[in-house]
Structures are given as C-alpha cells and as structure tokens.
Design a protein around this ligand. Structure first.
Ligand SMILES: Cc1cc2nc3c(=O)[nH]c(=O)nc-3n(C[C@H](O)[C@H](O)[C@H](O)COP(=O)(O)OP(=O)(O)OC[C@H]3O[C@@H](n4cnc5c(N)ncnc54)[C@H](O)[C@@H]3O)c2cc1C
Ligand code: SF4
Ligand code: SF4
Length: 1023
C-alpha cells in the first residue's frame, strides 16, 4: 500500500494570517492556501517552478483594493503579491514565492462594446479570443496577435505588451490600449490615458502613490531625454515595459499606459481596460512558399517585404515536421504538398489582407508572378508555393503556426525544447546574419532546436532542446543566454522581443544602461517595499534589492530529477507537460478540457493534473516508493487482506487526517476521461492513462466508493439483466428507488435497458453471429462483402435498436454483416483504475477478436469511445507483446466502400443533417469526422459538422451523483443551445452513446445516430 504524504511545504504563518484577515475583512473571492492549488500555480511555460504560499482569486475590483490596502498595513509589509492571468508566460513572469493573485477565474467579463466608435471595455481576466469572438459579428477584432490567443488574458497581454504575427501592420498591445484602470498598492483605483498638461499637473499635486508616480515619471521624461534617445533601439518590438521612450506619445501627451504596458505586474493590478477594436479586413490570402534551406527563406524575406504583404512568418522544417504528426495537420496538409524528391527546409507564410478583393489579388499577383519567374531559375532556392484564399483557409494555416510553439515541446526523448532565449528581436535587415550566428552558438553546444519567427519584425523564435533533469546541462542556460545577449546587442536588438522579461530581468541593467536607476525610481514610486512581483524588471531604487537571476530561481528540472527514472517512466503520460496552457482554451465549442471549463479551477485541467501527478510522484519517490512495484503488489493483494487497513485509512481521512494523495485524488475525480487532452495537447499529455494508474494505487490505501464497483461490473451484468430487464428498469425509473441508488451507490438517472432483446431480435431478423464456423462457410464472393460489427455493452443493451439499425443498414447497402459475440471491452474498468480486471477483460476480448481477425474480414465498432479503446488503452496496455486487431470506426470503413455506397445513392438530395461528434472521436480520430461527411455525400445526403464542446456525460461521469452539477454546467456551455435550436430540430445526429444519453436526460430530446438517418432515407427512397 502506498504511504501517506503528510509532509508538504507549509504555508508561512504571515501568509496564513494575511489570508485570515482577508476573509474576515469582507473578501468575496476565493482563497486557496491548499497544496494542490499552490503546486498547480507554481509553473507557467518557463523552465522554472516556484511554490507560492497560496492562490487568491479575487471576484471584483473591491477585492483587489482590499488585498492591496491590507498589504499596505505595517504588519503585512512582508507580503508579496503577483498578479496572474492565463499563466502562459515563458519566463516565470507570474511565478512567485508569495501569493498568486489570479484574475482570470472571476474577473473575465466583457463590460461594454461600442461598435460605432470601435472599442471595448473589459475586465482584464478576459481571454483575447473570447473578446474577438464576442465582437466578430460586428466585423471587429482586437488586433494584437499571439500564439496563445485562446487562453492568454488581456491583462497578461497588456502586462507583457504582447504581439506576434502581423505586428508590423498592427503593432503591439499597447498600441491598442485606450484607457486602463489600475489598483495601486495603496488601494487607490486610478484611470490612465493620454492626458494634457493641465490634467498631468493636477494629478501631480496630490500626495498619494499616483501623484508621486506621475511626478517621478515626468521628471525622468524632462531630464533624461538624451539618454533615452541613445538607449532605446528603433525597433518594431521596442523596449517595452517602463518604456521611457514613449512617456509622451506622438502628440506630446503624457501617457502612463506606456509605462504600465509591459510592466509585468510590478507596478499595480490592471483591472479594467478600454481597448481599440479594428475592422476585420474583408479579404485575406496567404501565399505559402517552400525553400530548400532555412537560411534561404530568411534571406528571401527582405525581397518579400517589397511585395507589401500584411505579414510574413517563417517556419523551419523541424516545426513543420512536428505539425505533420499532430491532429492540426489534417486541416492544412493540402497547402504543403510534398513533391517527389523535394526536401523543404523552410517555409515563408506571406499574408495579404484588404477590403477590396481586386486590390488583394493584385498585390498577391505581383508576388506570385515573381515566384513563377523564379521557378524557371535552376539555382533558385524556392521549391514551390501554394495560395490559400479566404479567412477560413488562412486561419487554418495560422492555427497550425500558432500551435507550432507548443508542438516544439513534443520532441521525443528527455531533451525537450525549452524557453529561455525564445523571442529575441533585431532589426529585420540584420535577422538572417544574426540567426546564422545564433545557430553557430547553439551548434557549438551540440543542442538541437526548431526555429520560426516573425521575419518582418525581426523576431526569432527558437527553443533549444535540453534536459534540465540532468544537472550537467543546467549551466548551458547561463552560457547560452549570455552569448545570445551579446549577440542581440551586437545586432542592435533585444533579448525580449515578444514574451517579456520575467526571470530574464537580470539583463535589464545591460539593456537599460544608465537609465536603469530611472526605472528603479519608477518601481519605487509604485511599490516602495518591493511587494509587487518582486525581482522582475526593476527593484525599488532605495531598497537596493536584487533582481532575479536566471540560474538562481528554482527550476522544474531540479524537482523532476528527484523522481527516479522508473517512477517517471511509469507515469510518462504526465511527465512532459510543459505548461504551455493549450488545455485552458476558453472556447466552449472546443473539446479541450470540459472539467476545466465546467469548474474554472486550474486543478481540474490537464496541466493541473499533470503538475499534481509529478509532485505526488516526487513525494512517493522521497519515501522510497517504486510505483511500478507498488502497482504489482496492489494487483496481487486480495480484497479481504487489504480491507481492514484501508478501512482504517478511510476513517482517518474522514476525520481530517492530511494526505496529499487526497488532494490529487480530488483533482483526478473531476476528470471525465474524455481524452480530449490526449488528442489536442501538443505534448500529448494523457490524463486518463495516468489517472487510471494513480487510482489503482490510491485505492490500495483507501476504500473505493460503491459506485466504482457498480460501474466496473456493468459490462458483466448487462447480458444477464437484459434477459429480464423489467426489475432493473423499474428500479431506475421509480422515484424512491432512484433516490436510494443515488444515495447508496452514488449513481443518478441510469438509462433503462432497451425493450428489445438483442439475442431474440437477432434470431428473429436472421442476423448472424460472427463465429469461425460461420465465416469459414462463406463463399469467396460473400467474403468480399462481409463485415463484422464488434459489440459494445452500451449500444448492445441500452440502444439495441441502434445495433439492429446498423445491421439493417449494412445489409441494405449490400454487405454481409455479422455481429461479433459480446464480451466486455473493459473501458469502464480502465477509467476507474481497475487495471488488473481491465487487463483480464481485454485479454479475453482480444482472444476473441484475434480469432475473428484471422479471417481477414473488416471489423467495425459503433460507439466511438468504446471502439477507440482498442487503438488506445489496449495498445498501451499490451505494447508490442500482443498485436491488436484493427477495429475501425464504422465511418472509417464505410468511407472506403464507395462502390457499394454510390449504388445506393438516395434520390432526395437536399437534406442537410448536422452532426455533433463525440469528444474522443473528434480529438483522437479527427479524420474520421470527415469520413461521416464522405459517407453522407456518397449516399446523396449532406452532413454539416457542428462545432461543439463536450456534452458533459462521457461514459458514466455524468451519471455519478457527485458530478451531476458539473455535468449539467458542461452541457449548458455548448450543447444545450444547439440541441434546443428550432432550426436544427430533427436535423441533429450524434455519434456517441453518452451524448445521445445526455440530450435525452437534460432536455428530453432524442437524437439519432448518423447511421439511423441513413437507414431511414434508404428505406424512404425504396418506399
Ligand atoms: C506556446 C506559447 C506561445 C506564445 N506566443 C506568444 C506570442 O505569439 N506573442 C506574445 O506576445 N507572447 C507569446 N507567448 C507568451 C505569453 O502567452 C504572453 O506573454 C501572454 O501575453 C501572457 O498572458 P497571460 O494571460 O498568460 O499572462 P500571465 O502569464 O499570467 O502573466 C504575464 C505577466 O502579466 C502580469 N499580469 C497578468 N495579468 C495582470 C493584471 N491584470 N494586472 C497586472 N499584471 C498582470 C503577470 O504578473 C505577469 O508578469 C507565448 C507563450 C506560450 C506558452
Ligand atoms: S497538459 Fe498539455 S496543453 Fe496543458 S499545459 Fe500541459 S502540455 Fe500544455
Ligand atoms: S480527459 Fe478530458 S476531462 Fe480529463 S483532463 Fe483530459 S480533457 Fe480534461
């Protein structure tokens, strides 16, 4: 049995006292000094891991004022506060050993949109794409772009002065900030915008923090202009954060926002922003040019700039290669054709936008004419190009490019690309030479890397691959950074061209030069005791405190290396999460990650779970636990032998005995096992896999709830219950017994067994069972059109009609359809961490499937989640020790049967249906969604794919009483509106058993499986 983990780093007394005072002073938000929240918020996307004392989620401006006023009281002068948004910083910007103040959970409302004047007022926890989605219908957008736009907040963007693709045209975040509201450390809420002299003089008369800050900044502007002109490079990505060069704007107005933008939470809490919105250009075209070398693509950028594009991005072959291995490639492959013998080493993505189609086409033609001319030159470095027209296509390619940074982290092996010199900027004309020298530095250390960048702005993205678990590689962080700093200075550039300074603030004195004391004065005016995100950008002049140093802040690798290889390997599915935050995608219509969306708690996210898993493994390793051996022991200890100690531990837990495993368990229990993380996380973090392993070990120490046994045994009980379903159906339908089941078993609204009995119906309808004998008896002709449908418990017993419909559909399409004998698939066992019983079930099932596979007939499954278990959980469990027979999703197979399908084309051609696909299917077998469309098309029907997130059911998750509320919240986020849309009435189809079950349960609306609609139409066509 695993030991208890009671020794975790305690919260310092002064922080506990501070949190206590907050609570008693009327604080309305959440205060979380628990270890799980602290661990999860101890990382961003950087190489660092800093354990905070607690996490505060303020709910309003008043909460933040309370927080700052308290910290201004003498007894709390030692309290450190670090604002946090999406936590996607790449350099430890939001990490702290004090209190994290996360504005993204509650302060995320869009307050006002003025379409006529083109601006929006938002709370700063709003995510960039959330804002853009809200104003899209008005033809507007918030222009500054960044790869993390689906999870980075406006507050984070302002505080790092974020920018990205298109910055030459659209500038940086601060170019779109009209007004800010900021809570200063004395609790005052100030508004800032460009102001005239009278307003400035009036503010300067005061005696508060704001007045002092304005006086200090204005004096610097008046006295240091020559030094400012000499120090700040003329770059698109100018020296941001405490931007002395822009204290006064182009009209000569004093603008505090240019100091605040990019200040990384070191000057105050920015709580509200009025931002500029631009008109979405009507037309967009992207020319994708392939080159025989990366250098050639960089050098060509200069000439491309003459063709007046909106933006140019360069991607190297490594990044492209990683994209090819990801789900995202499906949507862009056509734009990157692989010609025989071609070896593209670099790609330039050249974008044109405008409001006149003719004008955009004309500009594109100038470029494509030039490229066509080049193609005749045998010495040309260009290999070819494609053109993507329209926002839809262009956005797909930008989507791929945006994901590239994350994908870089998905290299194989222990050396993984990491962020520390990833966003340098130099004048664009120096970029190619600079990059060649940069590469020479990296090559001299023998490190591999992928590169891409905004060549038009001179920004290079590169993440060298290091393994910081290996102590000997740690010094490279300093060595390489020092060399890159020297290089950027040689080329008149900046170390922080895009992602901000964070821990790299150590180099602020080198870049601000003689002006560093001036920015220290600014810091001192806002934060005299260094309480706000200390150690970043500048320390107060009077205090003389140190800036953080790149090799003195605790690194994640230092903690991970405390976990022995065997333990790391056993939980490898969570070890490599690099915190890029793609799992915090705000979009309710995206599958990733329903438990995070339903709770907005970061402990209930893939990143949260992976972080907790690593810390748990570290704790177990400290206690000398070999998790692999422990798992073996658990599997070989009898239920009875372990019962008494587990009962004792469970009782102790109920009495409040602390064990970190319980916090980890709580986080794991929130997971729906929908597997969206597996398909969509760029690193392929697989929560259901490591969750199952954790649960197996956790329940070696604690008793399992009754519902686990109920769910785990369902697949075994169903065949017997189905013989005489009435008692079960009565029990789950009767109000009193339903209540009892919910109370005792913890299971709600269980579906009723089907009124049809599959066995009886099979013999009535002449459906044949797939047995070796039956298959052997097939003639060679029949064998060619034979197919085996592999059963699963849920459709066979709860939706028997569907199985019968599928069999009828196949036979009407001219196939000889056989039903494989029923055996439990084991998926519910795996989900709940019954790994030994799962293995047993899987082995038995595999024996049966292998016997059938011997005859070479295609095998297909109806339910996506159960069918995909074969290629996922089965494949992982048996590795290379057993071949796993190919069981296809029914549409994967049908889409390849065009000759049969075309023969059956239905004469009614104007019917369009709308498909809501199952999460696991669309994230783990993405091309299969198009397969359904092809099948419909082949039969003369149309199928549109609806963008929806998770339905909230996911197997039995939604039925578990403890999950009922979250399951409903998740359903309401995305499914409810579509399911109740009158325009979609009777036009919706859903591929997942769980999803159909959920719509029936939540809205009493039955949705059909896509195959049933096909059958209906074929029948109607024949009638
Ligand atoms: C894969 C990947 C790709 C990236 N690509 C880009 C890119 O293309 N362009 C780019 O600019 N950046 C990029 N970044 C960096 C990062 O996404 C940006 O810096 C982003 O603006 C951070 O936003 P956030 O909400 O996550 O902020 P956080 O990381 O939470 O915080 C960033 C800083 O802002 C401060 N802060 C946050 N909210 C507030 C507030 N309300 N008041 C005061 N201070 C606050 C924090 O203290 C911290 O110092 C990338 C990061 C990753 C992981
Ligand atoms: S789980 Fe995946 S998507 Fe989420 S932070 Fe980790 S690596 Fe990124
Ligand atoms: S399986 Fe689904 S619910 Fe669980 S962590 Fe992954 S995405 Fe989230």
């Amino acid at each position: 049995m695993i030991p208890k983990l009671s020794e975790v780093s305690p919260v310092q007394a002064k922080y506990l006292a501070f949190i206590e005072r907050l609570k008693t002073s009327g604080f309305q938000g959440d205060t979380n000094p628990d270890y799980a929240n602290r661990v999860v918020l101890s990382t961003d996307n950087s190489i660092y891991q800093v354990l905070p004392q607690g996490v505060i989620y303020p709910s309003s401006v008043a909460d933040i004022q309370l927080l700052t006023r308290l910290s201004n009281e003498t007894e709390f002068h030692g309290i450190v506060l670090s604002p946090r948004g999406g936590g996607t910083g790449t350099n430890g910007q939001s990490l702290t050993d004090g209190l994290v103040v996360d504005l993204s959970k509650h302060m995320n409302k869009i307050l006002e949109v003025n379409v006529e004047e083109g601006w929006a007022r938002v709370q700063t926890g709003v995510v960039k794409d959330q804002l853009n989605k809200a104003v899209e219908a008005d033809g507007l957008f918030f222009a500054p772009e960044l790869s993390t736009s689906n999870r980075a907040t406006i507050g984070g963007m302002i505080n790092t002065d974020a920018s990205g693709q298109g910055s030459v045209m659209y500038g940086k975040t601060r170019d779109h900030v009209l007004e800010l509201k900021t809570v200063l450390l004395d609790g005052e809420l100030i508004s800032s915008a460009a102001m005239d002299e009278d307003a400035l003089n009036s503010i300067k008369q005061g005696s508060d923090y704001a007045a002092h800050a304005h006086r200090v900044i204005d004096t610097i502007a008046q006295t240091k202009q020559t030094a400012i002109n000499d120090t700040f490079p003329e770059l698109n990505r100018c020296m941001t954060g405490y931007d002395l060069a822009h204290i006064r704007d182009d009209h000569g107005h004093f603008n505090l926002n240019n100091i605040l933008c990019g200040s990384e939470g070191t000057l105050g809490f920015i709580v509200e922003a009025k931002v500029n919105l631009l008109k979405i250009p009507t037309f967009a075209t992207l020319v994708n040019i392939r080159y025989n070398s990366f250098e050639a693509s960089l050098r060509h950028a200069k000439e491309l700039l003459n063709a007046q594009p909106t933006s140019i991005e360069t991607v190297d072959s490594k990044v492209l290669g990683l994209a090819k291995g990801d789900i995202i490639w499906n949507s862009v492959a056509e734009f990157f054709p692989e010609q025989p013998g071609e070896d593209a080493q670099g790609v330039n993505l050249v974008e044109y936008t405008g409001d006149s189609e003719a004008e955009v086409a004309e500009r594109v033609k100038v470029l494509t004419d030039r490229l066509d001319a080049l193609s005749a030159d045998p010495n040309a470095s260009t290999l070819g190009y494609t053109v993507a027209n329209g926002h839809n296509n262009v956005n797909k390619i930008w989507g791929m490019r945006k994901k590239s940074v994350g994908l870089l982290g998905n290299a194989k092996g222990e050396k993984r690309p990491i962020a520390f010199v990833e966003d340098t900027a130099v004048p664009p004309e120096n970029l190619a030479d600079y990059i060649m020298e940069f590469r020479a530095v990296l090559d001299s250390y023998g490190v591999t890397y992928g590169m891409f960048g905004h060549v038009d702005a001179g920004v290079l993205h590169v993440r060298p691959a290091l393994d910081l678990k290996d102590e000997s590689q740690e010094p490279m962080i300093r060595d390489i950074t020092d060399k890159v700093v020297a290089l950027t200075q040689k080329y008149n550039g900046l170390l922080w061209g895009e992602h901000g300074k964070g821990v790299r603030s150590e180099y602020a004195p080198a870049f601000f030069g003689d002006l560093y004391p001036s920015i220290q004065q600014i810091k001192g005016a806002f934060d005299p005791r260094n309480q706000l995100n200390p150690g970043k950008i500048a320390t107060p002049f009077e205090l003389g405190a140190d800036l953080l140093k790149i090799d003195e802040v605790p690194m994640r690798g230092q903690l991970d290396r405390q976990i022995p290889l065997t333990n790391r390997d056993q939980f490898k599915e969570g070890m490599y999460c690099n915190g890029n935050g793609a799992c915090f995608n705000f979009d309710p219509n995206d599958a990733m990650c329903p438990s995070w969306k339903g709770t907005r708690q970061r402990i209930h996210s893939p990143k949260g779970r992976a972080s907790l898993m690593r810390e748990w493994l570290r704790g177990m390793s400290e206690q000398g636990v070999d998790v692999r051996k422990e798992s073996y022991k658990t599997r070989h200890t009898s239920f009875l032998a372990s019962f008494v100690p587990r009962l004792r531990n469970t009782l102790a837990k109920r009495k409040g005995e602390y064990d970190f495993s319980n916090e980890v368990h709580e986080s794991m229990m929130g997971c729906l096992a929908c597997k969206s993380c597996v398909g969509q996380c760029p690193i392929k973090v697989d929560v259901p896999e490591f969750r199952a392993k954790f649960l197996e070990l956790y329940y070696s120490r604690y008793l399992r709830p009754a519902k686990d046994y109920f769910v785990g045994s369902l697949e075994y009980m169903m065949p017997t219950m189905a013989i005489f379903p009435q008692p079960y159906n009565w029990m789950v339908g009767n109000r009193f017994t339903k209540g009892l089941i919910s109370k005792i078993v913890g299971f709600e609204d269980s579906p009723k067994l089907s009124k049809h009995n599959l066995k009886r119906e099979m013999s009535r309808r002449g459906i044949r069972l797939a047995t070796p004998l039956a298959i052997e008896a097939l003639s060679p002709k029949d064998r060619k059109r034979a197919v085996i449908v592999v059963q699963d418990a849920f459709t066979s017993y709860f939706e028997t009609e569907l199985v019968l419909d599928v069999m009828e559909l196949l036979s009407r399409l001219g196939f000889q359809a056989y039903l494989a004998p029923y055996l439990p698939n084991g998926k519910p066992l795996h989900v709940h961490g019954f790994l030994r019983p799962f293995e047993k079930a899987a082995k038995k099932n595999l024996d049966m499937l292998q016997n059938l596979a011997f005859y070479g007939l295609p095998m297909i499954g109806i339910d996506p989640s159960m069918t995909l278990t074969y290629r996922s959980e089965y494949a992982k469990t048996f590795g290379t020790s057993r071949p796993i027979p190919k069981v296809q999703l029914m549409q994967e197979w049908l889409a390849n049967q065009s000759t049969h399908l075309e023969k059956q084309a239905i004469s009614v051609k104007d019917d369009t249906f709308h498909m809501m696909a199952h999460c696991t299917e669309k994230t783990n077998a993405a091309p299969s969604i198009k397969d359904w469309q092809s099948v419909y098309e082949l039969l003369g029907l149309k199928l549109a794919v609806e963008n929806v997130g998770c339905c909230g059911m996911a197997g039995t998750y939604g039925h578990e009483s403890s999950n009922k509320a979250t399951s409903e919240t998740i359903y309401n986020l995305s499914w409810k509106e579509k399911v109740n849309d009158p325009a979609l009435h009777n036009k919706l189809v859903a591929t997942g058993y769980s999803c159909r079950c959920q719509t029936k349960r939540m809205d009493d609306i039955s949705i059909k499986h896509p195959a049933q609609i096909l059958l209906e139409h074929i029948k109607a066509d024949l009638a």
